[in-house]
Write a protein of this length. Structure first.
Length: 90
């Protein structure tokens, strides 16, 4: 069984405000997320263990972007997204 058997995947872009650690300027950035929503019905061929895992599963989002580029024209350095949260349950 694969996660694609349980979830439908869509990509989303969310706005977030971050400050560049190099120049200190705060800007809004587009952060890409992969949204995984549970399918209405599981495909056929699941055994008992797979069905139990399907029942326990929930919708969630996984952050795709780890690095951002500063929007300040004088800086333009890349920095890591300062949040440790990369998975969000919906």
């Amino acid at each position: 069984m694969d996660e694609r058997d349980i979830f439908d995947e869509t990509r989303e872009t969310k706005k977030a405000s971050f400050a560049c650690p190099h120049c200190g300027e705060r800007n809004d950035y587009d952060v890409r997320w992969m949204k995984r929503t549970k399918k209405k019905k599981p495909r056929g061929g699941f055994n008992e263990r797979d069905r139990a895992q399907y029942e326990k599963s929930r919708d969630y989002m996984v952050r795709i972007d780890d690095m951002l580029g500063c929007r300040n024209n004088r800086c333009r350095k890349r920095f890591e997204i300062p949040s440790s949260q990369s998975v969000v349950f919906i």
